[in-house]
Design a protein around this ligand. Structure first.
Ligand SMILES: [Cu+2]
Length: 137
């Protein structure tokens, strides 16, 4: 496949970014430490833990119904905008979803609508720097 000029420009921008960030490795690691490495959410009675999880784009999050440790209860993981839905999760069962676009994804439990959680999906540092530039072209 022959890359289009736009694709070649994108690759050139990414390579430039790698070179620039290589010289900033100390500040880059400080910045990425703000993003959680965990991608697991525990479903407790009656809350999600952590309630807000910040991840890098492309991360797969797994929710597990851990209520058999307390009082066995069914729950769901349902996006407020319906973009994902675990359906009923009985105790001990898990649901996974991969977040491929930056943004804040609010979700709730359909059985207990007062249970709320959020997944904050951050662009990778290199995308955060170059997204405005790439979007213009
Ligand atoms: Cu619930």
């Amino acid at each position: 496949m022959v890359p289009t000029p736009r694709q070649m420009r994108y690759v050139a921008v990414l390579m430039l970014g790698v070179i620039l960030l290589g010289g900033l490795s100390t500040s880059q690691s400080a910045a990425s430490s703000a993003v959680a490495t965990t991608s697991n959410v525990s479903i407790q009675n009656f809350f999600f833990s952590p309630q807000t999880l910040t991840i890098a784009v492309g991360t797969t999050v797994t929710w597990t119904n851990d209520t058999d440790k307390t009082t066995p209860t069914n729950h769901t993981v349902t996006a407020d905008d319906s973009s994902f839905d675990s359906k009923t999760l009985t105790p001990g069962h898990s649901f996974s979803f991969t977040f491929n676009s930056p943004g804040t994804y609010n979700y709730h439990c359909n059985i207990h609508p007062f249970m709320h959680g959020s997944i904050v999906v951050q662009a990778t540092p290199i995308e955060q720097i170059f997204l405005p530039f790439i979007a213009k072209n």
